[in-house]
Design a protein around this ligand. Structure first.
Ligand code: SAM
Length: 195
């Protein structure tokens, strides 16, 4: 694992349980999450899979709070799963956010209608292929949001080649990623952009 990824993982594991850290850490992500949820038109009747939730599952928490959707947060690291479960319980969100141990590139994933894939989750092409099974069970609604690394950081965070599945994108000003793309399971030519 690269140095940036392991440093982020260690920071999240160490401080995730502390409320001040969680609120400070989530601050830059709040507007970003709203843009992503709007791009994928996430509704309260969606089931959202958050791939790579980490020990501080702020994307899962904000997605549940902002959209009202039920969230299943997934991580392949047992330490991250333990930390995420404890943080979700501490926030009183255990009935709305389930935390599951799985490698999203290889293990069967629970059925869902929409997925949000963390920047650090990899390998992205394998995750997308695997996700298509769990998302296709929701018929025409299946879609996934992928955070895409800035140019030059692909070797750190993983390349993604979604081909014709891309349906839209939103832009951010984060140091490691500037874009989230929306991919659809179903073939459809419409493309949207959200400012
Ligand atoms: C450091 S976290 C960052 C996520 C952040 N807390 C959030 O809410 O967006 C990234 C996590 O992705 C997980 N991860 C990477 N590849 C994965 C995969 N193939 N399946 C599941 N989890 C994965 C890592 O174990 C790590 O905990």
């Amino acid at each position: 694992m690269s140095r940036i990824k392991s440093a982020v993982g260690a920071l999240e594991r160490r401080l995730a349980g502390q409320a001040w850290f969680f609120h400070a850490y989530t601050f830059p992500y709040r507007a970003l999450l709203r843009r992503e949820l709007r791009l994928a038109a996430v509704q309260p009747d969606d089931v959202l899979l958050n791939i790579g939730c980490g020990s501080a599952p702020f994307s899962a928490v904000l997605a549940a709070q902002f959209s009202g959707a039920r969230v299943i947060a997934v991580d392949m690291d047992p330490r991250a799963v333990t930390g995420a479960r404890s943080l979700v319980a501490g926030l009183g969100l255990s009935s709305r956010i389930e935390v599951v141990l799985a490698d999203a590139a290889n293990d069967p994933l629970p059925p869902a209608s929409v997925a949000l894939v963390a920047l650090q989750a990899a390998p992205k092409d394998d995750i997308w292929q695997n996700l298509r099974h769990s998302l296709s069970e929701s018929g025409n609604r299946g879609r996934a949001l992928f955070r895409i690394p800035r140019a030059g950081l692909e070797s750190e965070y993983g390349h993604f080649t979604p081909g014709t599945a891309v349906r839209g994108e939103v832009y951010h000003r984060m140091p490691t990623f500037e874009r989230t793309i929306l991919c659809a399971v179903r073939a459809d030519r419409s493309v949207c952009k959200v400012a």
